[in-house]
Design a protein. Structure first.
Length: 204
């Protein structure tokens, strides 16, 4: 990103103060599929107080997402699906975008049903993750699903192909350490799941 001294006309307008950046102009370049590509014209002051202008491009996801770590005994349910961004098949867990009017918990139950035909008796919150934070504003809520039961067939969207896999937790941990599971939010969720399960075992 190139910086230069901002024109005088931009110095008076403030759209937003975003940390050390003063945003003087904002353009919505793209808004589709729950994703907004935004171009900000910004001013940032150098250490010696000189105002330097430039541009920041970033992606905003107004709708947050959920990932569900469904455990049944010593088994974790994974999914295998083609991820368009990487151009490869990837091991994931059930998840998706929170729809308008939904709570994260409602979205988690819906996605679990849609992708694997499962329902959880209880959802335990494992916190949030954020990805590529220098350029992306997003939030993914992580849930441990316990008391998992099959309630019917998966209800996939047209053209969606997802293979459900039931894999022992021990093998899942090994797959993560061997680099077979590479999605950052999924890895964080598996690590938090392991910590939660270890805490439950220690309490017994």
């Amino acid at each position: 990103m190139g910086f230069s001294a901002p024109p005088p006309s931009e110095q008076a307008r403030i759209v937003e103060q975003r940390g050390p950046f003063t945003v003087t102009k904002r353009e919505l370049k793209h808004n589709r599929f729950g994703m907004q590509l935004i171009a900000d014209t910004v001013i940032r002051h150098s250490a010696d107080g000189i105002a330097i202008g430039g541009e920041q491009f970033w992606v905003n996801f107004p709708c947050h997402a959920v990932l569900i770590f469904a455990v049944q005994g010593d088994v974790l349910y994974l999914t295998r699906e083609f991820t368009y961004g990487t151009g490869e098949y990837s091991l994931e867990v059930p998840g998706g975008m929170i729809e308008e009017g939904e709570t994260p918990e409602q979205a988690a139950q819906r996605e679990l049903h849609e992708e694997l035909g499962l329902h959880a008796e209880a959802l335990i919150y494992l916190g949030v993750t954020r990805d590529l934070t220098s350029r992306v504003n997003n939030k993914t809520h992580l849930f441990l699903a316990s008391g998992v039961q099959v309630i019917g067939e998966a209800c996939l969207e047209p053209g969606e192909v997802i293979q459900g896999l039931a894999i022992s937790l021990e093998n899942v941990y090994n797959m993560m350490h061997m680099g077979e599971i590479t999605t950052a939010a999924v890895e964080v969720g598996i690590w938090r799941l392991q910590q939660w399960l270890n805490g439950q075992a220690s309490a017994r």
